[in-house]
Write a protein that binds this ligand. Structure first.
Ligand code: GDP
Ligand code: MG
Length: 286
């Protein structure tokens, strides 16, 4: 039986390469700055139930509204079902401290109807930051399965592997109904290409990428409005997505800032003691 394809997608610096290393046992360079993964890297992972997977580490991307070469690499893969690396399951990796911003890309990937697992990384930072998550609520409203992990400490990796194995049970229902961006425009689009996913068509129209199954010029010539109209629709899309994300996080994510403050003042006290310790130490020394 062939290996399944697992793609790691996410904003820069959320820990994709760290997750890649955890899954594959390889040791790719982990960076402290964005954009270190400039090309796709492939590794191999043995999962439970004798399932084997190709793990694909993709460049960091903020959204599918491509503006950089890195983002184009991701979009071209996701729009091309014939690519031999086309993912059977996508892992959207996020940083628990930047969940709101990171979820924008998640909702876009989800709308391509690829089984998508939400990986919330850096769980080791939650206590320090006073962050708590209602995982069942988030799973229900984001229509996904969530793996809460720390790729640094290795927490949650086995659970993640089990989720990957059961990727067929993950809902492929989209987060955002594309027609809601502009009903007239999108209903016409749907009429013209009834068998294509609306959000994919939208990406083909707005992005400079090749899309093999469709005559790109054909869609573009009949559905490309003026540049400023397209920009306006893209902005509407982003606003709609953030409205959805805000609503979900209002219940699903709680930040108790007093916890973080307590922790910090305790830390301050420890540091102050340390500093006085050093001062006295040096006074005695001299
Ligand atoms: P990428 O840009 O998404 O590939 O992210 P990297 O894997 O290069 O990680 C970015 C930074 O986050 C590095 O400094 C990692 O050490 C750090 N990092 C990754 N995973 C975790 C984690 O679970 N907890 C914490 N605290 N830091 C992490
Ligand atoms: Mg990386």
């Amino acid at each position: 039986k062939q290996n399944i394809n697992v793609a790691l997608i996410g904003n820069p610096n959320v820990g994709k390469t760290s997750v890649f290393n955890q899954l594959t046992g390889l040791n790719q360079q982990v960076g402290n700055y964005p954009g270190i993964t400039v090309e796709k890297k492939i590794g191999f992972c043995k999962l439970p139930n004798n399932i084997k997977a190709n793990i694909l580490d993709l460049p960091g991307t903020y959204s599918l509204n491509a503006s950089s070469i890195d983002e184009n690499v991701v979009i071209e893969l996701l729009l091309n079902k014939n690519d031999k690396l086309y993912p059977d399951v996508a892992l959207v990796v996020t940083d628990v401290e930047n969940l709101k911003r990171n979820l924008l890309l998640f909702t876009q990937i989800k709308d391509l109807e690829i089984p998508t697992i939400l990986v919330i990384n850096m769980a080791d930072r939650m206590k320090f930051k006073g962050i708590s998550l209602d995982i069942p609520y988030l799973e229900e409203h984001l229509k996904t399965k969530i793996a809460l992990i720390s790729s640094r400490k290795g927490y949650g990796i086995d659970e993640l592997k089990n989720l990957i194995v059961s990727y067929r049970t993950i809902s492929t229902e989209p987060c955002l109904n594309a027609s809601s961006i502009d009903p007239d425009y999108f209903n016409n689009l749907r009429k013209a290409f009834p068998n294509q996913l609306l959000y994919k068509l939208w990406l083909v129209i707005t992005q400079d990428v090749n899309f093999l199954n469709l005559e790109r010029n054909e869609i573009r010539s009949s559905f490309t409005k003026s540049h400023s109209d397209l920009k306006r629709l893209q902005q509407k899309e982003t606003i709609k997505r953030y409205q959805f994300i805000n609503d979900v996080l209002k219940v699903g994510l709680k930040i108790d800032s007093s916890v973080a403050r307590d922790y910090r003042s305790r830390l301050d006290r420890v540091l102050t003691h340390k500093i006085w310790g050093y001062v006295i130490f040096f006074l005695i020394l001299f």
